[in-house]
Design a protein around this ligand. Structure first.
Ligand code: PGA
Length: 234
């Protein structure tokens, strides 16, 4: 079955590197589906030149107005953007986004038919299942059309440092998320894993029963390394 490969560039790549990068993506040898999330300054370049789906790394919940530096779902939609990241741990830890912000961003995205990729994950010292439950309870309050959300399980302690969660750990948490969403909302969740995914662990992660794909961070902006990782998938 086709898997979903989410490429979160974070704040990487300069303009001179973008066209070669897009060229690499357009010529990948893969049967899987890719969503690319470049920095916002390159969204138009990717939309116009890249053959894969494009998403934004962030969005503001208001539609338009005096919100200096922010980008709305209306603007993203007008460009043809189909996906947006919501609740990434870097947004929460560095930019102090709250559960309420995440809830509003989810609502704004779904209202505009942009598919949110919603991040869930525990810090090193947090009990995992109760943390995930609390996040789901808070983020999804009052949200309609939860069935369109892509859920990205990313343990915060496994992001950007080579410390991937074990297969048992990922299985336990994704079983829990799947069960929570089916019991409460009667939906079959679309779940991906992120956190130090690399060419050596990607195939084992993709074999986990509730996993439909992976989210890959900083390394995804390196065109040679990400090509190797994607073409390793069997
Ligand atoms: P990483 O990041 O692949 O660099 O660990 C994952 C993410 O932040 O989405």
């Amino acid at each position: 079955m086709e898997k979903l490969i989410i490429l979160n560039h974070k704040m990487n790549l300069i303009y001179d590197e973008v066209y070669e990068y897009i060229d690499m993506l357009n010529n990948l040898n893969t049967s899987n589906n890719i969503i690319v999330l470049p920095s916002d300054v390159y969204l138009e370049t990717f939309i116009s030149n890249c053959s894969w789906a494009i998403g934004s790394q962030n969005v503001y919940h208001e539609i338009e107005g005096s919100f200096t530096g922010e980008i709305s779902t209306l603007q993203l939609k007008s460009l043809g953007i189909e996906y947006v990241l919501v609740g990434h741990s870097e947004r929460k830890l560095i930019f102090k986004e709250s559960d309420k912000d995440i809830n509003l961003k989810l609502k704004a995205s779904l209202d505009s038919n942009i598919i949110p990729i919603l991040f869930l994950g525990e810090k090193e010292n947090e009990e995992v299942l109760s943390t995930i439950k609390k996040q789901l309870d808070h983020y999804l309050t009052g949200i309609k059309h939860i069935e369109f959300i892509i859920f990205a399980y990313e343990p915060i302690w496994a992001i950007g440092n080579g410390k991937t969660a074990s297969i048992e750990h990922i299985s336990k948490v994704t079983d829990y998320i799947d069960d929570y969403l089916f019991t409460k909302y009667k939906i079959n969740a679309n779940i991906v894993y992120g956190g130090s995914v690399n060419k050596d662990n990607i195939n084992n992660i993709l074999k986990i029963s509730k996993i439909n794909g992976v989210a890959i961070g900083s390394i995804s902006a390196n065109k040679d390394k990400i090509k190797e990782i994607i073409e390793t998938i069997n």
